[in-house]
Each structure stands twice: as C-alpha cells, then as structure tokens.
Design a protein around this ligand. Sequence first.
Ligand SMILES: [Zn+2]
Length: 265
Amino acid sequence: MLIKDSIKEIKAIAIAVADLFMPRRCLVCGRRLAVEESCLCRACESDVPYTYFWMLGRNQMADKLNALVQRRFEAESPAGGFSAVGRWPYEYAAALFFYSSSAGYRKIPQALKYHADFPAGRRYSRRLGERLAGSCLFSDVDMVIPVPLHWTRRWRRGYNQAEVIAKEIAGALGCRMRTDLLSRPGRTRTQTKMSVEAKGRNVAGAFRCRPFGGVRHVLLVDDVFTTGATLNACHAAIRAALASAGISPSECRISVATLAYVGRP
Ligand SMILES: [Zn+2]
C-alpha cells in the first residue's frame, strides 16, 4: 500500500514538473489541466453529453440504422426472403456521446482520427465498453469487429481509429476483436461533404467479409455515426458472410457502437 502511494506521489510530481514546461490542456475547452486531471478538465468531464443509448433498445441511432437495413433488405428480397420465415430483427445501436460540430466534445474523435492523439480516445472508448458491458442489450456480445479502412488510407495514417476504439470495447466486454474478417477492398471517396444518398452510393459494396460462425452477437465499431451509410454497408457484408455459413439473422445479431453520434438529444 505504502509503495503504491509513493508511486502515485512520484507520478503526480512528475506530471506537475512536466506541466511547467509543456502545460497539458483540456481537449474540449482548452483550459490548463490540474495535476489530478487528465484529457478533460473537471467541468467538461462532468458535462459530457452522454446519449444513454446503451440503455435503450430503441433510440434515434438504432432507428436510423434499422431504416437503412430494412430498405436494403426490401430491395434485395422483394418477394419476402427472410420475412417469409421470420421477422428481420431490430438491431441495437449505441454511442457514448452526442457529436455537435459546434461543441468541443467533437475534438475527442477528431484527436484520435486526425492527430494520432490516443489517450482521450482510448479513455472514452473504454468507458463506452464499460457502459455496454453493464447493459442487458450488449453484455452478450461475443465478437467485436472494427470498420476497416482501405489499406492505402490505413498505411498513410499508420493506424485505424475504429480499431483503437474496438480494442478498448472488446477488453471491457471480455470478448475477442477480429480484424481479419471484414475488409475494404474498394477505395471510396472522403464522405465529409456528401449527401445521405451520395454517401450510401459511395460505400455500397465497398466491404467484403469472410464467412464465419460460432457467434451469437457481433458488435460493429466505428468512431462516429453520421448517416449510418458506412455501418449499413458493413452490416450487409457481415450478414452475407453469415448467410453463406448458414446462419440466419435470428441466430446472430449484429449491433453497432460508436464513440460519438451526430445529432441532438
Ligand atoms: Zn474543459
């Protein structure tokens, strides 16, 4: 206990000394951080706009995703397809916090995606994982799959931000993360300024998934949920891979989780 306390004290002194030369700042408001604070100041930390979607089977994020899945399913199976043997399951979806382009919290996923700044991304991904682990909707997830980047983009960036998030979530859920199943052979254009329809067309068919089985609940992970077009395209690829292994939608659920959700409470 004494050794632990001493290590804590030495750490605090080291942080205080480092802060003198290179002050750490709150990622959200830019205020100088106190020694005991990390990533966010106390005020911003207590103000995180949590969605609480992990507690709600139906929420605006899941509704958006399910509308896309349903539309795709109807286009693919006009004669009934799976609906002939059962109802298409409503997929679950959760994000940790709301993402507003005018609020500072957007800087958490941006720091992870554009600046290779991992501490805050990892910290809030782990928190999302803990919320999911404590939720009766997500606690049975037995495989986590991050949304892949095209290899050229990954090579240029050096990492995939969705994988950083997924790793923390898988750790909190106590299940495996697989990065070898879902791939993105198609190089798509950056979607930042595209309309919903254009985004859908841009990513449709961009993903491939190797057949797999032996799981009951897959969690697909990305950094930010905007229109759901990317996650819908990944969902299609995973669903096709499960179908080729003889696994129906009622036998394996596919849920999605992101760090942030673009929308308002
Ligand atoms: Zn702050």
